[in-house]
Write a protein that binds this ligand. Sequence first.
Ligand code: ADP
Ligand code: ASP
Ligand code: MG
Length: 843
Amino acid sequence: MKSSAPTLTVHKFGGAALADAAAIQRVTAIIGGAHGQKVVVASAMFGVTDDLLNLARQAVVNEDVQTTLDALRQRHKSVLSSITSDSNAREVLEARIGEMFDDARATCSEISRNGELTPVLTDALISHGDRLGARLLAAALQAAGIQASFVEAVDVVRADGVHGNGSPDIEETTSAAADVLRPLIDRGIVPVVPGFVGRAPNGEVITLGRGGSDLTATLLGRALGARDVVLWKDVPGLLTADPRVVPDARLIPVLHVREASELAYYGAKVLHPRSLIALQAGTRLVIRPYADPSAKGTQIVVDRERKPAVGRSRRPVKALTAIADQTLLTIAGNGMVGVPGVAARAFGALERAGVSVSLISQASSEHSICMGIPTSGATAAAAALRQTFAAELTRGEIDAIEIRPDLATIAVVGLGMAGTPGVAARLFGALAQEGVNVVAIAQGASELNISVVVEAREAAAAQRAIHSAFRLGKIGGGTAVHPEHADVVLLGFGQIGRELANQISTHSTRDGEQGLRIVGVVDRSGYVFESRGLSPRRLADLTAAKMARTPLSGVRNGVHSTAEEAIAAISAHALSRPILVDVTAGDTLPVLESALSHGMDLVLANKRPLAGPEKDARELARAAASQGRRLLHEATVGAGLPIIDTIQKLTESGDQVLRIEGCPSGTLGFLLGALGRGTAFSTALRSAMKHGYTEPDPRDDLSGMDVARKALILGRLIGYSGELADVEVESLVPEALRELPLDAFLDRLHEADDEWARRVRDAREKGTVLRYRATVTKREAHVGIVAVDASSSLASLAGTDNYFSFTTRRYRANPLVITGPGAGAEVTAAGVLNDVLKLAATR
Ligand code: ADP
Ligand code: ASP
Ligand code: MG
């Protein structure tokens, strides 16, 4: 199809691109900078369609909808006020928004009165989201001086079929687009059309299925003979896998339309399943990142001649995807063997029941037929099959119609698979190695895809295994893509965990970016998980609960489990670049290993896993490396100070650290400082506890074991190969108080006051002060109290300051010194956050 001289591009912006006023401004800049004639398709602002659907569900059970409606109205209103300063335009639009919400409210009342959620009313309600989104975007464009005009979707997009899943009528839409959009375009005006919405033959509003704004865009592209349809998304383009499931997913620069439609059909959320049918030869479909408008993204080519040659291919598999919530229906029985038409009758029955089949597999013995269908349709489908095969069931020719729920279908797609031997073997080999049980298999006759059905809980692991078996992470030189979020799971929700949650909440909001989100929190009792991220308010609630000594298993939506079960359950969800943060003080090695095997990176503030037996620490590092995961642990020594980082940088640059000496205990530093100023030992220790500087049992600090662990961790970085027991440790806990329960210990603290007062006085008389010092080299590690010259740098440490001096080949005469605050939840959490951000920024 040819288009008139200037080239036309349809630009579509999804919910993520329209998340808030700042995002809408970015979109405005993209359109302002784009050449040629344009049509814009806008969807609902992020999350609004879901909110409207929930509203419908609330209305049908007569729950109050006003609060949600008000919140939604407020959200749109406040975006409006920040995108346009023209008070006239604002007033007009505010009135429009008001009308739409009145309408939405009326629809809710009707739903409540009916007591039934009809598809017609649902469509009427949820269509408001995309219509509001488009109105706001049109206003933003106008405010930016771009000639733009909002056009109701029902005036352009015509569709037939079922409410909630309308199919576009290409011919009618083409003629409506010529009447309504073309004149605007020709006058240099940018029409802004809501996606997802169309008009049914009887004039009612109909929606095109979730994600339908992609379809609106390709449909309008075809209707107007556009050269390009650009879908602006929150991903760099179409990737080799869902980046939330497979962190190593890579950008696919060019994809044939048949491959893309296979991926879309099998659940790749990035494209509406039917969006590609509305494309035609001559139009390019491009998926591009709105965050980086100069990037090329993925081009989906339609032309036949661009179809890659079929035959042996170096990369037979392009990408994979999965459909969740699948059920397998099996019709089995001896009476089916050799009887023609069983399969056809089965599919006929399912079609009449309105159930779409994602996979069919029949053993060559013809003893059984399996069909993968969405779980939501399972009951209806089974009933339809029982009815169709009633006679066969009675005669015993069919044994039963079996239903197996809780499955997922994974589709592995690539044109190059046809004619490349060994693809299936590699696929099943990868799954077997991962221990994933394959429930059913189907290969399309076109050999364009192989689908496997697996248990839903194994779907994520299966996708990662397949992705790496076909080396999809190496496409394009393996350049990393950056999905929006890194998902953090907190192991431990004590002081540091809570402070970290607090810092992440404020970090995300302060920068206006949502780079990090905490999706799960795990404690000894169980866990809390929210795949979309725990909101700052929810985290604050959890903090309050923990302060009131309620375990996580006892809070709303809390689940009772062990930490390992929690990690397994959390990992079964599609997480984006998951990071497990260990802020416990426990022996968490098995949990960490399990997290690694589930594809999580690790950040540790917990010293124990690295200060246990050397072979365990080494094994952990090896496991991380072999699985391509990273392990950072800056906060295990010196809280937020860059100690580990410095050692690594020195080593990387070819230097060699010979000796580390320092005061790595903020707690003991604080205590000895106070003693030096004449404070009684019992008073000073209580004060340290009150400030949160000590471990829960302060004897863990006083015993020197905490410092010994730090010394061991540092030592192991510079070649010390001993165990914790080899570190010489001087304990500051008076003999008599070592074995007491904590309460009794605290009651009798004052017994040590006199002895400490004497030690401090003796030191002072000699012109020295007491410090707790660690010394490590390749050969030895010892920690204990020393009297240092009152004029030395160690003596001048104040408060909880830490001090480290590195003697290296280069810094031999004049050691490199790092000093600064080294205890307390705030600085420790900041150190952890630093590691987390480092991981988030580089994968
Ligand atoms: P829109 O904002 O246009 O509606 P969607 O949210 O529907 O965009 O689609 C983008 C999302 O699709 C991404 O954030 C990503 O999580 C998900 N996704 C799933 N599979 C893929 C894939 N193969 N490539 C890219 N993104 C994918
Ligand atoms: N807003 C609609 C939905 O959430 C359409 C879209 O986003 O593409 O499904
Ligand atoms: Mg979408």
